[in-house]
Ligand binder design. Structure first.
Ligand SMILES: [Zn+2]
Length: 86
């Protein structure tokens, strides 16, 4: 529970807000949709390696990708399912 708070707090930090804002400007479309030839506006700046798996990559530009809400939900669902299996 303590850790959940840590992750939630991270998304409120100025460092993250600045980084994700710049990232959106450079990567304005969802990369997953783009791979399928669909242009959808970025809604979530996602960590490719989730920060709960590698906290050190939380501000790593190369660990970020632009996703729309739909693609983000799919990714989160897959991650949660694989985590619960362990
Ligand atoms: Zn998408």
């Amino acid at each position: 529970m303590e850790n959940e708070g840590k992750y939630q707090q991270f998304y409120k930090t100025t460092a993250w807000k600045k980084l994700s804002k710049s990232f959106r400007e450079v990567n304005p479309v969802c990369v997953k949709c783009y791979e399928r030839g669909v242009i959808r506006k970025v809604e979530i700046v996602d960590h490719i390696t989730p920060i709960r798996d590698d906290w050190s990559k939380r501000l790593d530009w190369h660990n970020l990708q632009s996703l729309c809400l739909n693609c983000h939900n799919i990714k989160t669902k897959v991650e949660t399912e694989s985590r619960n299996k362990e």
